[in-house]
Design a protein around this ligand. Structure first.
Ligand code: ADP
Length: 426
C-alpha cells in the first residue's frame, strides 16, 4: 500500500514539473486581463473569457509536451546492465539453445547454441526475423498471453532434418519491469532416430521371421493334403521345412546374441585370452566350408600367442562371422589371408582379407547396420541373417575396439578388427 502511494506521489511530482512552463503563461494572463478589468478597459465577462482561452491553450500545450516526454522515457530494462555478463554466462553454460525475449518478441539475450540453430538470430531484433516457424512463434505468444509454460515440437528440414522441442517459460527478472519469455530449444533428433531405428528393427525382424514361417505353414498344409500319401514329396518337403526352421533358429540366435552383447556393451571383459588360439580354432571349424568352396586359407601370426583382454566366446563369434562371410561371398577369389599384426603400443590388429568381388563404396558405411545386405537374395541363399557384421561391430565395441572395412570393387575386401593392446587397457 505504502509503495503504491509512494509511486503515485512520484508520478504527481513528475507532472507538476512538466506543467511548470504553463504556470508562467497563466500568471501573465491573470496580470494582463486582471489589470485591463481593474483599469476599466474591459468588463468582467470578456476579461474572464480571454483568460480562460489563453489558460486552456497553455495547459493543452503543456499536457501534450508532458505526454510526449512520458512516452520517450525508456522503460526499466528487463535485464539490468550490471547483470548482462552474468545472464550471458548462465546461458552459455546451458546445454540447450536458449533465447530470452521481451514482451514484444525482441531478443534480449541468446546463447551460441541458439545462433547455431538459427544463424540469423540477433540480439535486439524480433525472434520472428531469424526463426520464421509458426509453431515456435505460437508457443511464445501463448506463454506471453497466459503467463504459463508452453511446449511444442517442430522440425527443421535444412541442412539435414532435425527435430526440436521448444519450451517457452515466462519469467519476471525485475519487479515491475515486465516479463521475459525464456525460450529453450532441445534437440530431439537422436531420440527420434532411436525411435525410428527401433521401429525399423522390429519391422525387419518380423519380416525375416515371417518368411520362413510362411514356408513351413505352407508345407504343413501340403503334407496334410496333396502330398499325404506321397513318401517322395514328403521327404523333400520335410527337408525344405528343416532348412527354414534352421533359418529361423539362426535368426533368433543372432537376435538374442545381439541384445545380450548390447546389454553388456558398457562392461568390458576382463579375462586374458589368446587371439592366436581363437583364430586357429575358427579356421579349423570352417575348414570344411573352405574346402567345399575351394578357398585356401592362410594365417600369418607374429608369435605363438597374442594376449588381449576379452570374452573368448564373443571373439570366436566375431572371427567366425568375418571368415564365414569371406568364404560365402568371396569364394571366387580362391584365397583368404588372415593376418595378426605385431601389437603396437596401443592396439592389436587382425585383418581378414579376401580376393572376391569386393563391395561398392556406397555400401561400406551401412554394412554394419542390422539387416543391411548388399544383395538380399544372395545373403538368404547363403543362409545369412543380415546381422553378422552388426554383431562383429558390437563385439569389437564392447572390447574397446572397432571394425574398419576397406574394399575395391573387383579386388576383394579387408575387414580389420582393432583391439586395445594389453598395456593400453584401463
Ligand atoms: P549376412 O548374414 O547377410 O552375411 P552380414 O552382416 O554378415 O550379413 O553381412 C552383410 C552383407 O555384407 C552381406 O549380406 C554381404 O552382402 C556383404 N558382405 C559381407 N562380407 C562380405 C565379403 N567378404 N565380400 C563381399 N560382400 C560381403
Amino acid at each position: 500500500m505504502s509503495l503504491i502511494t509512494h509511486l503515485d506521489g512520484l508520478q504527481i511530482g513528475r507532472w507538476i514539473d512538466w506543467l511548470r512552463p504553463a504556470q508562467l503563461v497563466l500568471a501573465a494572463a491573470v496580470l494582463a486581463f486582471g489589470g485591463l478589468w481593474a483599469l476599466g478597459y474591459m468588463s468582467i465577462a470578456p476579461a474572464l473569457i480571454g483568460f480562460i482561452l489563453i489558460a486552456a491553450s497553455a495547459l493543452l500545450t503543456a499536457v501534450r509536451a508532458a505526454a510526449t516526454m512520458e512516452a520517450s522515457v525508456p522503460a526499466a530494462p528487463l535485464i539490468q546492465p550490471s547483470q548482462e555478463a552474468l545472464v550471458e554466462a548462465i546461458l552459455a553454460g546451458l546445454p540447450d539453445a536458449v533465447v530470452a525475449l521481451d514482451p514484444q518478441g525482441n531478443i534480449v539475450a541468446l546463447n551460441s547454441r541458439a545462433t547455431a540453430l538459427a544463424p540469423a538470430l540477433r540480439r535486439g531484433e524480433p525472434l520472428s526475423l531469424g526463426l520464421r516457424n509458426p509453431v515456435v512463434l505460437d508457443a511464445i505468444r501463448r506463454a506471453g498471453a497466459n503467463g504459463e509454460v508452453e511446449r511444442a515440437e517442430f522440425v527443421l528440414r535444412t541442412p539435414v532434418e532435425c527435430w526440436y522441442g521448444v519450451v517457452a517459460v515466462p519469467v519476471t527478472p525485475v519487479s515491475g519491469a515486465g516479463r521475459l519469455i525464456m525460450t529453450t530449444f532441445q534437440d530431439l533428433t537422436p531420440l527420434r532416430r532411436a525411435e525410428e531405428m527401433r521401429a525399423d528393427f522390429i519391422a525387419n525382424a518380423s519380416h525375416e521371421l515371417r518368411t520362413p514361417l510362411a514356408a513351413i505353414s505352407g508345407f504343413i498344409d501340403t503334407l496334410r493334403g496333396a502330398a499325404r500319401n506321397d513318401p517322395f514329396a514328403r521327404d523333400r518337403f520335410l527337408g525344405i521345412m528343416e532348412v527354414q526352421a534352421n533359418r529361423m533358429a539362426r535368426l533368433i540366435g543372432d537376435l538374442l546374441s545381439l541384445s545380450r552383447i548390447e546389454l553388456n556393451e558398457h562392461r568390458r571383459p576382463d579375462t586374458e585370452v589368446d587371439l592366436v588360439a581363437i583364430v586357429r580354432q575358427v579356421i579349423d571349424g570352417l575348414q570344411t566350408l573352405a574346402s567345399d568352396r575351394e578357398v585356401e586359407v592362410r594365417l600369418s601370426v607374429p608369435g605363438d600367442s597374442l594376449k588381449v583382454r576379452g570374452d573368448r566366446d564373443e571373439l570366436l563369434r566375431l572371427f567366425e562371422n568375418l571368415v564365414e562371410n569371406a568364404l560365402k561371398y568371396a569364394a571366387s577369389g580362391k584365397r583368404l589371408d588372415i593376418t595378426l599384426s605385431p601389437p603396437s603400443e596401443r592396439e592389436v590388429r587382425i585383418a581378414v582379407r579376401d580376393f572376391g568381388p569386393g563391395i561398392a563404396p556406397e555400401h561400406l558405411p551401412r554394412l554394419t547396420e542390422r539387416f543391411y545386405r548388399v544383395d538380399v537374395t544372395d545373403s538368404r541363399a547363403q543362409g545369412g541373417t543380415g546381422l553378422g557384421l552388426a554383431l562383429v561391430k558390437h563385439i569389437a565395441n564392447r572390447h574397446g575396439g572397432r571394425l574398419t572395412i576397406e574394399s575395391t570393387l573387383g579386388q576383394g575386401a579387408t575387414f580389420t578388427v582393432h583391439l586395445p593392446a594389453l598395456r593400453s587397457w584401463r
